[in-house]
Design a protein around this ligand. Structure first.
Ligand SMILES: C[S@@+](CC[C@H](N)C(=O)[O-])C[C@H]1O[C@@H](n2cnc3c(N)ncnc32)[C@H](O)[C@@H]1O
Length: 250
């Protein structure tokens, strides 16, 4: 797999353990804002099968299994996995090739998660269409992405340009994260309309969108995180369902 890794995903072979260390910190945004909001939107998972695409070490999926999720699969390119609990399978795979992963062939899932992983899809619409094909008719996809303003703010500071110029720029950009300053990630910029058009092109409609914020208690305990959110906005969470008209439009 290492030989044909997409370039943008390659840093994750090294970064994944640092990411998990960062995520486990008491004041990580994943812990205090993102996962609680994602979990809340997922609701009761008793008896439901979950596919977690770009699942990291599989910890979130293991938590869902502990709360009743059944026959679930996590896919991640880094393969830096925990040992999975019963009912959870963790598979090394590329989310750009979701439509040809043998472990997913012939299966459907009640919930499909893309938690901060969708940006690594080489062809985002192909990946979402593959997820749609794997989704039970009454299921939903929970997809989260950083707010595009988050990166535009950093780039406008670094380049001495305006927020609008950077928001609409199409040039790839490279940055390092506090998870490990020495490992660089390169990303394609995107706008809100890019994202919404990808959902439509894949035959999905948005049931709910959430822009999660710190609770009053978390604000008081972690003022430095509120400061970060005030500047970078945080993530967007989308609950997506199949458009029934899509088959006839395709
Ligand atoms: C920001 S982390 C999010 C991990 C996890 N979903 C969570 O919410 O904690 C992004 C994840 O995407 C994975 N990833 C990156 N490129 C990928 C690819 N092409 N296919 C599958 N997973 C990929 C990384 O290895 C990493 O685990």
């Amino acid at each position: 797999m290492a030989d044909n890794l997409p370039e943008a995903s390659r840093p994750w072979l090294e970064l994944s353990s640092y990411y998990e260390q960062g995520r486990a910190k008491e004041d990580s945004l994943d812990r205090i804002v993102e996962w609680p909001a994602q979990r809340n939107l997922l609701g009761d998972v008793t008896g439901l099968s979950v596919l977690d695409v770009g699942c990291g070490n599989g910890g979130k999926l293991a938590e869902l299994a502990g709360e009743g999720a059944a026959s679930s699969v996590g896919v991640d390119i880094s393969a830096n996995f925990i040992s999975p609990p019963p009912g959870v399978e963790l598979v090394q795979g590329d989310l750009s090739e979701l439509d040809s992963l043998p472990e997913l062939t012939g299966r459907t899932f009640d919930r499909i998660l893309f938690l901060q992983s969708f940006g690594y899809a080489q062809d985002p619409v192909r990946t979402l269409r593959a997820a749609r094909d794997l989704l039970a008719d009454d299921g939903f996809i929970l997809l989260t992405r950083s707010h595009p303003i988050r990166f535009a703010v950093d780039r406008s500071e670094a380049n001495g340009t305006s927020l609008g110029e950077e928001y609409f720029s199409t040039a790839p950009y490279t940055y390092s994260h506090s998870w490990n300053e020495n490992i660089k990630l390169t990303k394609r910029p995107y706008t809100i309309s890019d994202l919404l058009n990808e959902f439509s092109a894949a035959g999905l409609w948005i049931e709910t969108t959430v822009e999660p914020q710190l609770s009053a208690e978390a604000r008081r305990r972690y003022p430095h995180k509120q400061e970060w959110m005030n500047k970078h906005l945080g993530i967007l969470i989308f609950k997506l369902r199949k458009s029934l008209a899509y088959g006839s439009l395709r």
